[in-house]
Design a protein around this ligand. Structure first.
Ligand SMILES: CC(C)(COP(=O)(O)OP(=O)(O)OC[C@H]1O[C@@H](n2cnc3c(N)ncnc32)[C@H](O)[C@@H]1OP(=O)(O)O)[C@@H](O)C(=O)NCCC(=O)NCCS
Length: 305
């Protein structure tokens, strides 16, 4: 469950002015809350995203119904040309996600105008930082040109389910809290820039956050607590790991235990995102994990407001 921050994002953001006066396409760009009736049009917009594997059709109904976040449609002359979402997810932090511009309308400044409106709104609401996850080059350029800084780079690893062993131990919240000094001093920890790179909302990592994750059943331990995996809600039939701490024998046992857990839970595989150059890379290779996508990285970006 995500905590709801005290701030609310106003759903009404009004007129943004012409998307790109120089394009000659004319029309004012307006932002308004997404409505259930927008479903078909928004699904159409997402059709060419990630070879048709966009997650927005899957989450559309829950996003429309979620009053704790601002799911917005951008319109030109009554036609929806883009969507975006701004979601408070931790004190002072707002998560930006779901930015899509209709293929026929791209490169006319619409994405840039939508993002600028969201940044303005987040500032007005008093958030400390706006964060997001992305892996696409156009989006990376857009966010960097808007002043976002890269916090964490991640490569995706995958280990298939395997039979025959015990799942990893799940600590209770009090025990998880005590893991903090060991995690904070573990080799490679600096590559996480102080955050748990959860692609659904990267929070600052500290003892309290470990306690919160354990309350949600998202912490796994290797022998003697010498290796730790922090999980996130998965997007598919898998166990998804946001952060690893530890190395060597203890971590290898934990990595195998996650594959056993996937099997015990009837899940297909374990995915792990890990910053390139992290010492756990060797342990992943030794325990049968492969790159899920060697070519691409995903990133967590942040803008201080
Ligand atoms: C990313 C996306 C939202 C950009 O929307 P857009 O309206 O085309 O963006 P803009 O026209 O406002 O472009 C703003 C800046 O983004 C960057 N950019 C946008 N498209 C780009 C592309 N195809 N290649 C490289 N840079 C690109 C450029 O820096 C651009 O500034 P410039 O035009 O002055 O060079 C759009 O391409 C899209 O919907 N893509 C598919 C979904 C997606 O990847 N969403 C982001 C997930 S986090």
């Amino acid at each position: 469950m995500r905590a709801r921050a005290a701030q609310e994002v106003s759903p009404e953001m009004g007129r943004l002015g012409a998307a790109d006066p120089s394009s000659g396409r004319g029309g004012d760009l307006q932002l308004r809350p997404v409505r259930p009736a927008d479903r078909e049009r928004i699904i159409e917009i997402t059709k060419d995203v990630w070879e048709g594997r966009d997650y927005i059709p899957r989450v559309f109904d829950s996003w429309v119904a979620d009053a704790g976040a601002s799911f917005q449609a951008a319109e030109i002359e009554g036609v929806v040309v883009g969507v975006q979402r701004l979601r408070p997810y931790a004190p002072g932090l707002v998560w930006y996600e779901g930015l899509r511009v209709a293929a026929a309308q791209r490169r006319h400044g619409i994405g840039k105008a939508m993002l600028a409106a969201s940044i303005g709104e987040a500032r007005e609401q008093g958030f400390r930082q706006m964060r997001l996850a992305t892996r696409d080059l156009p989006a990376v350029r857009l966010f960097e040109s808007a002043g976002f800084g890269r916090m964490v780079e991640m490569k995706w690893w995958r280990g298939l389910r395997v039979e025959g062993g015990d799942p990893a131990r799940i600590p209770d919240p009090a025990e998880a809290k005590k893991l903090w000094p060991g995690i904070a001093s573990s080799a490679g920890f600096e590559l996480y820039a102080g955050v748990c790179p959860d692609m659904n909302g990267a929070r600052d990592l500290d003892a309290d956050e470990l306690e919160r994750l354990a309350r949600n059943g998202l912490v796994r331990l290797g022998p003697g607590g010498r290796a730790v995996a922090l999980l996130r809600e998965p997007w598919g039939q898998n166990i998804a790991v946001s952060l690893l701490a530890g190395r060597g024998g203890a971590l290898r046992e934990l990595l195998m235990a996650l594959r056993f857990e996937a099997d015990a839970d009837g899940l297909n595989h374990v995915t792990i995102n890990l910053p390139p150059g992290h010492p756990a890379e060797e342990d992943l290779k030794a325990t049968g994990y492969d790159f899920a996508d060697a070519e691409h990285s995903a990133y967590i970006y942040a803008l201080t407001l």
